[in-house]
Design a protein around this ligand. Structure first.
Ligand code: MN3
Length: 234
């Protein structure tokens, strides 16, 4: 075999078996599946470039500590203060970016395919007064987030549903989150998530979001028993 060919083969094997690095998850639907609420071009840029960059940068940050590639992403971002100090910021920004985008893409579905059940409706009523009041509060949080960040519906330690927002790529699982809880719904309010279609109209994007929420998944996450916390290493 020619040296160049062997080298290519070697590189291919290396990238295929690169010690369990974090991978870019494919979208659970087609790029155009959320049209007209989120356009296919936005989905392409958002998933293939923005999300992919967080995955690459997380892997790069962990290069010096390859044993961390084996950790569960959720455990990593829940325990940032226990990580080596030189990678804490990179894991917060990029590990958060990977987790948040996986969550966001998975909590959406083509319009009308995952409608809200009456039991979820009841839970939202109990927590927020009405479904409309819940949506209005969520939209206000989306508009109120200055700069880039995320809006979340979370289940807090007492089991109550609450709406919060986090800056940058932070999320409610992180130690530094003002309010902590289990995420059950999120909206990405970074401009890259909506600017091509909605320009400065973040409110219109937040309103359109209600058409493409995967309510079955939201309900499943609310019902899920809390994960037993594992004390971390390092
Ligand atoms: Mn984004």
């Amino acid at each position: 075999m020619k040296p160049l060919k062997s080298l290519t083969l070697l590189l291919l094997c290396f990238s295929l078996f690169s010690y369990g690095q974090f991978k870019l998850s494919p979208l659970p639907y087609n790029y155009n599946a959320l049209e007209p609420y989120i356009d296919s071009t936005t989905m392409h840029f958002h998933h293939d470039f923005h999300h992919a960059a967080y995955v690459n940068n997380l892997n790069k940050a962990l290069e010096k500590y390859p044993e961390l590639y084996k950790k569960d992403l959720e455990q990593l971002i829940k325990n940032i203060s226990k990580l080596p100090i030189d990678i804490q910021t990179a894991v917060r920004n990029n590990g958060g970016g990977v987790y948040n985008h996986n969550f966001y893409f998975n909590i959406m579905a083509p319009s009308g395919t995952q409608p809200m059940s009456t039991s979820l409706e009841k839970q939202l009523k109990e927590n927020f007064g009405s479904v409309d009041a819940f949506k209005a509060q969520f939209e206000r949080a989306a508009l109120g987030r200055f700069g880039s960040g995320w809006v979340w519906l979370i289940k807090d330690q007492s089991g109550k549903l609450r709406i919060i927002s986090t800056p940058n790529q932070d999320n409610p699982l992180m130690e530094n989150s003002e309010v902590k809880g289990i995420p059950v719904l999120t909206l990405d309010v970074w401009e890259h998530a909506y600017y091509l279609k909605y320009q400065y109209k973040r409110a219109a994007y937040a309103k359109a979001f209600w058409n493409i929420v995967n309510w079955n998944e939201v309900e499943r996450l609310i019902a899920k028993p809390p994960v037993v916390e594992i004390e971390l290493y390092y």
